[in-house]
Design a protein around this ligand. Structure first.
Ligand SMILES: [Zn+2]
Length: 186
């Protein structure tokens, strides 16, 4: 059974907007995962957890993703909700990841040059930026950079960098930290 059919069983329309204030984010995007599909992992919470996951996802979409999209243009969510089974397959993922409650999403800026991704990261330093738990500029491999965006029950206000070698380091406001992470990305 595909994702849309599973959501329908739970009374959800995959094509519906999360909230009226989030015209660019649909219910399907919360649960879709290329990895889950490739590995045949069921990535929809059971009914008892569904309401809170959707509530968390709606809050993230309205407070963070929609404003970010308005500022920077099309962004693709590559990973949002993760079931325990899916989270367990992600190398380096925390066993208490905020993805498991729908409170975090990873956002790729397709076709955005590296400079714009940096700009999007630094956008969260503005006094008027949405309040956040964690914003992480993450790099894996030669070409992949994304922003991990989390807000919800924990609100630690952390800006972190995760270079391709792994680990998480506080961003202390020094441009060289970003330059080092982004080295070789156009
Ligand atoms: Zn993430």
């Amino acid at each position: 059974m595909n994702l849309d059919a599973r959501l329908k069983e739970l009374g959800l329309d995959a094509n519906a907007q999360l909230r009226s204030a989030t015209p660019h984010f649909k219910i399907r995007e919360v649960f879709h995962s290329d990895t889950a599909e490739a590995k045949g992992i069921y990535n929809v919470p059971d009914a008892s957890k569904l309401t809170i996951v959707l509530f968390n996802a709606e809050r993230l979409a309205e407070n963070v993703l929609e404003p970010l999209r308005n500022a920077f243009g099309v962004c693709k969510v590559s990973s949002w909700y993760r079931s325990e089974a899916l989270n367990a397959t992600i190398p380096g993922a925390s066993a208490t990841s905020s993805h498991m409650t729908g409170e975090a999403a990873d956002v790729l800026f397709n076709a955005l040059p590296g400079a714009r991704i940096q700009e999007a990261f630094l956008w969260f330093l503005r006094p008027s930026a949405p309040k956040m738990d964690q914003v992480i500029l993450e790099r894996r491999g030669e070409h992949t950079v994304w922003l991990h965006l989390g807000c919800g029950s924990k609100m630690r206000g952390q800006l972190l960098l995760s270079p391709r070698g792994g680990g998480y380091f506080p961003f202390t406001g020094n441009q060289w930290q970003i330059d080092e992470l982004m080295e070789g990305i156009g």
